[in-house]
Design a protein around this ligand. Structure first.
Ligand code: NAP
Length: 603
C-alpha cells in the first residue's frame, strides 16, 4: 500500500480545488496516496486523530475571508475552548492562494497557518503564498515540486519515531501509537533557507547569514519558495562595477523638483506636501489629468549597511549572490533556482496621482502625498518614516515652503528624482464638457480632481460660449484649519464657477463650530465623512448619474472610504428610486460597466 497523506482544500472559484486535484494526481507518480477532501466535507477526514502529514490548499475571497466551503472549518479551529496542544499530533504544510491587488493578501491561508500553530501543530514544509496578481504559478509550481520530498522525509521521520517509540515501550499497541505524538524533532525537518550549504557563507546557529534567516526577518511574509537546501550551493562573486537599477531602466526619467510646499499646518495629524516637477525638457512626460506616475526610491544607505552587517557581508557589498545546485547532487531542480530571484520581492516604485493640468501649468507636474510615519512600537525601538515619502521630505526639506510663507529662504540646486509615467485610460474627466460629474476625494484622494478642475478652468477660458456640465466635489479632512488641502484653490474654483458645488466634511471638528463657519462654501460642512454629504445630496446624486447620464469618480483609500462610499451610493439609489437591494446593485454595476462610476483607489 502506498504511504498516505491527507490533502484538504478550501476553494471559492475552483482554483485551489484544481490545484489540490492536480497534487492528488501527481502523488501517484511519487509513490504516495493523497486522501483528497474539501474542507467542508468533515465526515471524510478527522484531524482530531490524524497522524499522517496533512496538506492544506486554500484560497482567500472578498476582503480576506475564507472561501465558503472553508468557513465552517475556520470557525471550528478558532474556537476559544481548544487547548494549545489540541493539534500537537498534526504535522502539516499549507499553500495559500491570494491576490495582492486586494486587501488582506492570503488572509485565509495565513489565519489557518497561525491558528494551527497556536494549537500545537507543527509545519513539515514552509508555507507558500501564491499571488494571482503576478501569477500563481510563480509560487505554486516550486512549492509543489518541493512538497514531494518534504512529505517523504516527514513520513520517514514519522516511521523512525514510531520504531523508536515501539522499541522503547514494546508493550504499547499499534492503535495506541497511532494516536500518540508522532512528530519527529521539528528542528531536523524544517524546510527553508536555514540549512548551511556553503562554507564561506555559513554561520553559527544564532547568527543570521544568507542561508540562515532569524526573526524578525524570518517571520516576514516574503514569498520565497522553500528550496531543498541540502542540494544548494550559495556563493559570492565579486563584481568590478555596480549598476544602479534606476540608470539601467531606460523608461525612467530623471526630473528636478522645482518647488515643494507644505499644505498642512504643523499641528495636523498627517503632513501633506505638494511637489512640483519640472518636466519642460521631457516630452515623454506628457500627461492628462487622472494619470499617475511612479517614483523610484532606493533603500536607505544606512539600512543597507545595517543589513550587510547583520549578514556579516559588509566587506562583500559589491558581490553577486550565486545560487546553484551542488555538483554531486542527483536532484533535478534547475528550474527552482531559476525561479528564485523572481520571488524575492522587488523594491516597488511608489505611485502618485498627478495633481495638475498641463494646460494650466505647461512644463510642470504636481503631486501631493502625506509623509508616512511609523511610530516606535515593540520590535521597532525608534519611529521611522516611509521609505519614499521620508526620502522625498529629506531631499526637499531645506527648500520647503511652509504654510503662510510665499518663498523658501534658501535656493540650493534642484534635487532630482527618478519617475515613470503611468497613463490611465479611463480615469479622465468626461470628453464631452456638457456632461455633469461628481468627484469624491477625501484627503490626498483629492489629487487627481485638482487636475480635472484646472483643466476645466482652462477649457472654460478657451471656450467661453460652450455649455459646461455641473461639477461637484465631495472633499473630507480632519480639521478645516489644519489639513484642508488646496483650500484656496478650491475656493477660487467655486467663485469662478469652475466647481459648481464643494461639499466639505471635517471629521474631527466640533460640529457646533462647523455650523457657524464659512457657509458660503458649503452649508453642510458639519457632515463627518464624504459619504454623509453624498447621502444628504442623494437626490442630486441620482439625478446627475441616472437622469442626466453623468459620471461619478472616487479617489482615495480603498480599505474603508471607497467601500463606505459604494454602500452609500447603493443606499441612495434604493432610497431615491425606490429600488430593492438587487436592483440597486445592478444599477451600480451598469454604471461601472458604462465607465460612469470610476474608482482610483489605493491601499
Ligand atoms: P486621510 O488623511 O487618512 O483621511 C482623510 C479623511 O478621510 C479624514 O477626515 C478621515 O477621517 C476620513 N475617513 C476616515 N475613514 C473614512 C471612511 N471610512 N470614509 C470616509 N472618510 C473617511 O487621507 P489620506 O491619508 O490622504 O489618504 C487618502 C488615500 O488616498 C490614501 O489611501 C492614499 O494612498 C490615496 N491616494 C493618494 C494619492 C496621492 O497621489 N498621494 C492619490 C490618490 C489616492 P478620520 O481620520 O477622522 O476618521
Amino acid at each position: 500500500m502506498k504511504p498516505r497523506f491527507v490533502l484538504l482544500y478550501g476553494s471559492q472559484k475552483g482554483q485551489a480545488q484544481a490545484i489540490a486535484e492536480g497534487v492528488a494526481e501527481e502523488a501517484e507518480t511519487h509513490g504516495l496516496f493523497a486522501e483528497l477532501s474539501c474542507l467542508e466535507n468533515n465526515e471524510k477526514y478527522n484531524l482530531e486523530t490524524e497522524t499522517a502529514p496533512v496538506v492544506f490548499i486554500v484560497s482567500t475571497t472578498g476582503d480576506g475571508e475564507p472561501p465558503d466551503n472553508a468557513l465552517k472549518f475556520v470557525r471550528n479551529i478558532k474556537k476559544k475552548t481548544l487547548s494549545s496542544d489540541h493539534y500537537k499530533h498534526i504535522s502539516y504544510a499549507l499553500l495559500g492562494l491570494g491576490d495582492t491587488n486586494y486587501a488582506n493578501f492570503c488572509n485565509c491561508g495565513k489565519a489557518i497557518d497561525r491558528r494551527l500553530r497556536e494549537l500545537g501543530a507543527s509545519q513539515f514544509y514552509a508555507s507558500g503564498y501564491a499571488d494571482d496578481g503576478v501569477g500563481l504559478e510563480l509560487v505554486v509550481d516550486p512549492w509543489i515540486k518541493g512538497l514531494w520530498n518534504a512529505i517523504k522525509e516527514e513520513l520517514s521521520n514519522m516511521t523512525s519515531k514510531q520504531t523508536e517509540s515501539n522499541l522503547a515501550s514494546p508493550s504499547v499497541s499499534t492503535t495506541q501509537t497511532a494516536g500518540s505524538d508522532l512528530r519527529p524533532d521539528s528542528s531536523s525537518r524544517r524546510i527553508g533557507l536555514s540549512s548551511r550549504t556553503d562554507g564561506a557563507l555559513s554561520a553559527d546557529a544564532g547568527v543570521a547569514s544568507l542561508t540562515h534567516s532569524l526573526p524578525p526577518l524570518s517571520q516576514s511574509a516574503l514569498n520565497i519558495p522553500a528550496l531543498p537546501p541540502p542540494y544548494l550551493c550559495v556563493s559570492l562573486q565579486e563584481m568590478e562595477t555596480t549598476e544602479d537599477v534606476r540608470t539601467i531602466d531606460k523608461n525612467l526619467q530623471e526630473v528636478p523638483i522645482s518647488k515643494a510646499t507644505q499644505l498642512t499646518r504643523g499641528d495636523s495629524v498627517k503632513t501633506a506636501l505638494l511637489l512640483e516637477l519640472d518636466i519642460s525638457t521631457l516630452p515623454a512626460m506628457t500627461y492628462q489629468p487622472g494619470d499617475a506616475f511612479d517614483v523610484y526610491w532606493p533603500n536607505s544607505a544606512t539600512e543597507v549597511e545595517d543589513m550587510l552587517h547583520r549578514l556579516g557581508l559588509q566587506d562583500q557589498r559589491n558581490h553577486r549572490v550565486l545560487i546553484s545546485l551542488l555538483k554531486d547532487t542527483k536532484k533535478r531542480g534547475k528550474a527552482d533556482c531559476v525561479c528564485l530571484p523572481e520571488h524575492v520581492p522587488k523594491l516597488q516604485p511608489r505611485p502618485y496621482s498627478v495633481a495638475s493640468s498641463c494646460l494650466r501649468h505647461p512644463g510642470k507636474l504636481n503631486f501631493v502625498f502625506n509623509i508616512v510615519e511609523f511610530p516606535a512600537c515593540s520590535g521597532r525601538t525608534a519611529g521611522r518614516r516611509g521609505l519614499c515619502t521620508g526620502g522625498l521630505f529629506d531631499l526637499i526639506s531645506s527648500r520647503l515652503v511652509l504654510p503662510g510663507n510665499v518663498k523658501s529662504s534658501s535656493k540650493p540646486a534642484l534635487p532630482k528624482i527618478h519617475v515613470n509615467l503611468r497613463p490611465t485610460c479611463t480615469f479622465r474627466p468626461p470628453a464631452d464638457v456638457s456632461v455633469p460629474f461628481m468627484m469624491v476625494g477625501p484627503g490626498t484622494g483629492v489629487a487627481p480632481f485638482i487636475g480635472f478642475l484646472q483643466q476645466r478652468e482652462e477649457q472654460r477660458r478657451q471656450n467661453p460660449l460652450a455649455t459646461f456640465g455641473e461639477t461637484w466635489l465631495f472633499f473630507g479632512c480632519r480639521h478645516r484649519d489644519q489639513d484642508f488641502l488646496f483650500r484656496e484653490e478650491l475656493e477660487s474654483f467655486v467663485s469662478s464657477g469652475v466647481l459648481s458645488h464643494l461639499q466639505l466634511s471635517f471629521s474631527r471638528d466640533d460640529p457646533e463650530e462647523q455650523e457657524g463657519a464659512d457657509e458660503t462654501i458649503s452649508p453642510t460642512a458639519q457632515r463627518r465623512y464624504v459619504q454623509h454629504n453624498l447621502k444628504l445630496h442623494g437626490r442630486q446624486v441620482t439625478d446627475i448619474l441616472l437622469k442626466q447620464k453623468g459620471c461619478i469618480y472616487v479617489c482615495g483609500d480603498a480599505r474603508n472610504m471607497a467601500k463606505d462610499v459604494d454602500t452609500t451610493l447603493m443606499e441612495v439609489i434604493k432610497a431615491e428610486l425606490g429600488m430593492d437591494q438587487l436592483e440597486a446593485m445592478k444599477t451600480l454595476a451598469a454604471l461601472r460597466e458604462e465607465k460612469r462610476y470610476l474608482q482610483d483607489i489605493w491601499g
